[in-house]
Design a protein around this ligand. Structure first.
Ligand code: AP5
Ligand code: MG
Ligand code: ZN
Length: 215
């Protein structure tokens, strides 16, 4: 099962992708997480990505596409994966389609999580993230058991540097301009499925599973 998660920043792509990956035993591949790990590790890739991410802009396709195609060529991806945050531009989607087509393969489902912009800004202000294992929390909607401590690995939670309200607005603008056209792209490929992302997170997941299991 090869799944692409679509949706605005903060729609819940990561939250749902982690649950899908757990349930079906496939890797969760988040380009944002890969960039953040590289920034933390001080790699050359991280240095390239940081200046764009801090401004809420996209990292250039030349950097991102190769990185993602290398990742999905790894052994753990042979039975499928859930992509979170990729593709984000039409050229990224076309490169992915082409790389898969060369092996007679394709994306099975593009899951668009729909949340209006107004709700996004509120969600982001309450998000907390684990810098070690990537788990995501919300101080109201998905609070950790102990305040500011990751349930999974015990690390102290952080506020992502691109979650400042002014950067969130920039990320939303970039989303509408560069990423939203992917909805039509995957609709044309006949794999688009839409879920209402404003529901409570377990309800959203139930809807996601219903879609995946009806395929
Ligand atoms: P990335 O890390 O992908 O960020 P994003 O798309 O902006 O998405 P987020 O991770 O912010 O949101 P999400 O949809 O995963 O929501 P979450 O589940 O956390 O990318 C960061 C940056 O990296 C980009 O800006 C860009 O610079 C660069 N980049 C990455 N990929 C790239 C690419 N392919 N090309 C170029 N550049 C790239 O949920 C949000 C919050 O809401 C959480 O607190 C959560 O607990 C809460 N929540 C989730 N669901 C619900 C619900 N149903 N009800 C209530 N609260 C909920
Ligand atoms: Mg995310
Ligand atoms: Zn953790």
């Amino acid at each position: 099962m090869k799944i692409v998660m679509l949706g605005a920043p903060g729609a819940g792509k990561g939250t749902q992708a982690i649950k899908i990956a757990d349930k079906y035993g496939i890797p969760h591949i988040s380009t944002g997480d890969i960039f953040r790990a590289n920034i933390k590790g001080g790699t050359e890739l991280g240095m390239k990505a940081k200046s764009y991410m801090d401004k809420g802009e996209l990292v250039p396709d030349e950097v991102t596409i190769g990185m993602l195609l290398d990742r999905i060529a790894q052994d753990d991806c042979k039975d499928g994966y859930v992509l979170d945050g990729f593709p984000r531009t039409i050229p990224q989607a076309e490169s992915l389609t082409k790389a898969l087509a060369e092996k007679g393969d394709k994306i099975d489902c593009a899951m668009d999580i729909e949340v209006p912009d107004e709700a996004i800004v509120q969600r982001m202000s309450g998000r907390r993230a684990c810098p070690k294992c990537g788990a995501t929390y919300h101080i109201v909607y998905a609070a950790p058991k102990t305040e500011n401590v990751c349930d999974k690995c015990g690390s102290e939670l952080i506020i992502r540097s691109d979650d400042k309200p002014e950067t969130v607005q920039d990320r939303l603008n970039v989303y509408h301009k560069q990423t939203e056209p992917l909805i039509s792209y995957y609709k044309n490929a006949d794999v688009l499925r839409e879920v209402d992302g404003t529901k409570e997170l377990q309800e959203v997941f139930n809807d996601v599973v219903a879609i995946l299991e009806n395929k």
